[in-house]
Design a binder for this molecule. Structure first.
Ligand code: BG6
Length: 493
């Protein structure tokens, strides 16, 4: 079990065993991802998909739902025959609970394939991860080539996350564990690495000498949908910042790794997380804002308040959070990083804005303000990169200028279909490439920093600021002077 082997070259054939196999994530993301990779001829090796369910859906209902979601995910011509063929590959096995006698059908099925790697995909609540891993080990289904994919949330605190890790590592080694953060599978997020490390231009100016501040925003129009119980335990900080926003921050702020190996990249990200300045009682009040949505209108449709959505009055869970933080290292000395995310906002968009410093001296006679350069990396929904620069307005009569953006729209430059994040990540699991998955060390450091916020939120009187659904969230006159940075820097559209 301890010997590290290169999976890619040795094992082509695989079984992917999805626990929580009739769950929302499995239907919406995992099966469609496998289907599309299959369509693109990337799964030419023999493989099987096994959906593990606790209840017993009929084969007919399960496959009808599977076909429905695959049809839903189609963005291209696909024959119904290929969807049927794929759907027939998914075998249903019921395992009611983790008692090992319930695993006999799975054992028998998996053991009928020799030289297949088994990929266990845990898409259940994380409280079930440990018990499932333990049962798999007991029934002898974990081999040196086996892997496990863990879906978030990996706990609700540092200690619960460590507890899960302890249980998982009693069955799997770290090199077999794939902690998924789907943001790392997004094309535009991966392009961040190329933008930074394949272009000399930007890297030269990527530091506190040239950059004034960096802003990372993930705004959503969705509310909590059908996940009230989960979300009310997490809130925006744990649901989005602890994983997705911190991962984006790491990619923006890390040093160049010497090559693109998993250890190299993850070690550089880890250094960023370690250098994040922890919050104190004073700084948490000054530099964090949390909010909760009330009723409002989004794209012409009236929506309920958070409390109505979760049917639990009095909940103090935040659905919006904004944080100003610093990375205490040589490169980023005194550069504020603003992280913002919220549900039921005015519009859905995710972007990273690098705000460069102003030029040192204005030589132009009008002395009109010279706006600073901005590099805007729009992650979604329209993937593009903009470089905002000052440009002369044509005409005689002296120098007049205004900011204009050089734009690179992904959609115009690349005609091919962009694979969904899960497609890329699942292929990486099959191939044994851990670069885009979080290491346990990263997770632990992220929790340390997050807990410097939660512990101080809990010990102070800081409460949610209510914001109307369909707006830009808390801001303006409801905030005190100290936090006015929060609205100042939203992008003007
Ligand atoms: C998930 C969160 O991880 O990411 C959800 O649990 C959120 O609350 C989702 O809606 C956002 O992902 P995306 O890809 O739509 O930006």
């Amino acid at each position: 079990m301890n010997k590290k082997i290169k999976h890619t070259e040795v094992f082509q054939s695989f079984n992917i065993i999805v626990f929580g196999g009739d769950g929302d994530l499995a239907f919406r993301k995992i099966y469609p991802a496998l289907f599309h990779r299959d369509q693109d001829q990337q799964l030419l090796c023999p493989y099987n998909i096994i959906a593990i369910t606790r209840k017993n859906p009929t084969e007919f209902d399960f496959h009808a739902q599977l076909i429905h979601f695959i049809n839903d995910s189609k963005e291209r011509e696909t024959s119904s025959l290929s969807i049927d063929n794929f759907s027939n590959k998914v075998k249903l096995i019921q395992i009611e609970d983790t008692k090992i006698e319930n695993y006999s059908e799975l054992v028998e099925y998996l053991n009928s394939f020799t030289n297949y790697q088994n990929i266990y995909y845990f898409s259940t609540p994380s409280s079930a991860f440990g018990p499932i891993a333990k049962s798999l080990k007991k029934v002898g289904l974990i081999h040196v080539t086996s892997k496990v994919v863990l879906e978030k949330p990996l706990g609700y605190s540092l200690s619960s996350s460590n507890e899960i890790n302890k249980e998982i590592t009693q069955a799997f080694d770290e090199h077999q564990i794939y902690r998924i953060d789907h943001y790392l599978g997004k094309e535009t997020v991966q392009n961040l690495m190329v933008l930074r490390f394949a272009n000399n231009l930007f890297e030269r100016a990527w530091d506190s000498e040239h950059i004034d501040n960096i802003q990372i925003t993930v705004a959503e129009t969705l509310g909590v949908e059908k996940r009230a119980a989960y979300y009310d335990n997490s809130g925006a900080l744990l649901d989005m910042v602890q994983n997705h926003l911190l991962q984006l921050l790491c990619l923006v702020a890390m040093e160049p790794p010497h090559e693109l190996g998993a250890d190299e990249v993850r070690n550089e990200k880890l250094k960023v997380l370690r250098a994040l300045r922890p919050f104190t009682r004073e700084t948490v009040q000054k530099d964090t804002v949390k909010g909760q949505y009330t009723r409002g209108t989004i794209q012409g449709e009236e929506v309920q308040s958070y409390l109505e959505d979760i049917e639990k009055f009095g909940s103090k869970t935040e659905t919006f959070v904004a944080i100003k933080t610093y990375i205490d290292n040589w490169r980023w000395k005194d550069v504020p990083f603003y992280l913002r995310t919220g549900k039921r906002m005015f519009k859905k968009y995710s972007e990273i804005v690098i705000n460069f410093k102003e030029v040192r001296h204005n030589i132009f006679p009008s002395k009109e303000k010279l706006n600073n350069n901005k590099l805007i990396i729009r992650l979604q929904p329209e993937e593009r990169i903009e470089l905002v620069q000052m440009t002369k307005i044509p005409g005689p009569g002296g120098y007049r200028y205004k900011p204009i953006a050089l734009k690179l729209d992904y959609i115009d430059s690349f005609k091919e279909r962009f694979p969904e994040a899960y497609e890329r990540l699942i292929i990486d699991v099959i191939r044994g490439n851990q670069t885009l998955f979080m290491s346990q060390d990263e997770l632990q450091e992220a929790w340390n920093w997050i807990e410097s916020i939660t512990s101080n939120w809990n010990s102070t009187t800081q409460s949610n600021i209510l914001y109307e659904s369909g707006t830009w969230g808390p801001g303006g006159d409801v905030l005190d002077e100290g936090s006015s940075w929060i609205t100042k820097s939203w992008r003007e559209e």
